[in-house]
Design a protein around this ligand. Structure first.
Ligand code: ZN
Length: 467
């Protein structure tokens, strides 16, 4: 029997609602997370819930490495004779509230309206622990002989998963031969089918500082003598980006775009129209980038882009004096195509910024890079399983799409387990507002995704012939 909304309400909802009241911010947003104890409160709650479930041969453990956020590891023994492991991944750390939520909603006071639950972290990614275990329970209740499963729920994802690699090293033996990796932290274009994410862009930040003076000078005495740090920064940025078109000009940031990516983007445009532009709160009359909706989808998922996300050394306008400022700093945030080595691309950008600097100004850079990811080709059992799973849970076949964002751990998992098959899916559909105000979990979608995941795990367990 597939899970119903009633089952989800009876088995998981009250614990999910309690979880929603915790301010378990990701460490990047709460330097005092150890002292504040919310991460611990959340992991204890999830672990207690996991222990209360009826799974044969299961072990629930909170694993802690010194100085790192804890991870929840739930291991369920195989009931078939397969020696491979399937891993289900999620996280329970949260983004900050971001701003004032709409009337009647609040980040840590969950509210249910119809079949939607509003609170920070419910969809990104609090539902994942519940979904993972209920999917497994369903197999056991149906008497399906299943492969070994490890559910791994971490608490540093919203900070870029700085702790995850250490745990993957620590747990390498325990995880064993991982052949299927299901990530429950991705998005959905609609709520009417299973959406599988096939690629993510990489990302790197370069903080560049141009210095011309050791202290600020009266602009009346220094301008015309000392070059402006802002002008030099502009010259340097002209090496990175065509300021007319926005095209990134560093070759190392480009990779070949597979034909099927363009074909899939065309399909999405045909069915849904201009999806990438639709939800953008643009000012009236703004001309968008890309000539067509399809081009915008490809731009967002397989093209490099530059956004200036921070500036330093510049006073705000109301306190701006007539000063030639000593320096200008910019944070340059690049997104890179899924098949580009972000570290190598980042090094190329640093070279462009620091070689032959105009006027011999002093330039320094600081950077951090995370690779993108694209799914290995799906084996026939998996692509069939995804379609069957989506048909059974939603009434129509699965769809595939690339994402413009970055989930750093998928790239590191893909490197660790080059032979594993990946399914990145999730509940983050229209109006789910992950990272924004009014975050929302569509409960029927959580149930359907759970059922679809259960059916994919069954197909994995039976991939070498029906037992
Ligand atoms: Zn997430």
């Amino acid at each position: 029997m597939p899970l119903s909304l009633d089952d989800f309400e009876n088995d998981a909802l009250s614990t999910l609602i309690t979880y929603a009241t915790f301010e378990c911010l990701s460490p990047m947003f709460d330097a005092e997370w150890v002292k504040n104890g919310q991460i611990d409160a959340a992991i204890n709650l999830l672990a207690e819930w996991a222990k209360s479930r009826q799974l044969g041969g299961s072990d629930v453990e909170i694993v802690r490495l010194e100085g790192r956020t804890p991870v929840l590891v739930i291991t369920v023994d195989a009931t078939n004779d397969d020696d491979a492991t399937m891993v289900l991944y999620g996280h329970f750390d949260k983004q900050p509230p971001l701003g004032d939520w709409s009337e009647g909603l609040a980040p840590y006071q969950p509210v249910r309206r119809g079949d939607r639950l509003y609170a920070r972290g419910v969809a990104d990614d609090g539902y994942s622990t519940f979904s993972a275990l209920l999917a497994l329970e369903q197999l056991e209740m149906a008497g399906v002989a299943h492969s070994r499963c490890v559910v791994l729920i971490e608490a540093s994802e919203e900070s870029g998963s700085p702790d995850l690699d250490a745990y993957l090293d620590h747990l390498a033996q325990h995880l064993g031969r991982v052949e299927l990796m299901i990530c429950l932290d991705s998005s959905a274009l609609t709520y009417d089918r299973l959406w599988v994410t096939t690629s993510l862009r990489g990302q790197f930040n370069v903080e560049v500082t141009v210095e011309v003076l050791t202290r600020g000078q009266h602009s009346g005495t220094s301008s015309g003598v000392v070059p402006s740090s802002f002008r030099i920064l502009r010259q340097l940025m002209d090496r990175l980006e065509d300021s007319t078109t926005g095209r990134v000009m560093i070759d190392e940031l480009y990779g070949p775009i597979p034909d099927e990516v363009v074909a899939a983007a065309e399909d999405v445009t045909l069915e849904f129209g201009d999806v990438t532009a639709r939800e953008m709160p643009t000012v009236d009359g703004l001309e968008l980038m890309g000539d067509t909706p399809t081009q915008r989808i490809v731009n967002r998922t397989w093209m490099p882009t530059l956004s200036v996300t921070g500036m330093g050394g510049i006073p705000s306008p109301e306190i701006a004096g007539n000063v030639l400022r000593p320096s200008t700093t910019a944070t340059l945030s690049f997104r890179t195509p899924p098949n580009v080595d972000a570290t190598r691309a980042c090094a190329a950008v640093e070279r462009a910024l620091t070689t032959d600097v105009p006027s011999h100004a002093r330039v320094s850079v600081r950077s951090h890079a995370a690779d993108g990811w694209f799914t290995p080709a799906l084996q026939p059992w998996l692509s069939q399983a995804l379609d069957r799973a989506s048909e059974a849970a939603f009434g129509r076949a699965a769809s595939y799409s690339g994402e413009g964002g970055t989930i750093p751990f998928l790239a590191s998992l893909a490197k660790r387990y080059p032979d594993a098959q990946f399914v990145a899916t999730g509940v983050l559909g229209p109006d789910s507002n992950a990272h924004g105000i009014d975050e929302m979990l569509d409960l029927p979608t959580a149930v359907a995704v759970t059922n679809a995941v259960s059916s994919v795990m069954r197909a994995f367990s039976e991939r070498n012939g029906t037992p």
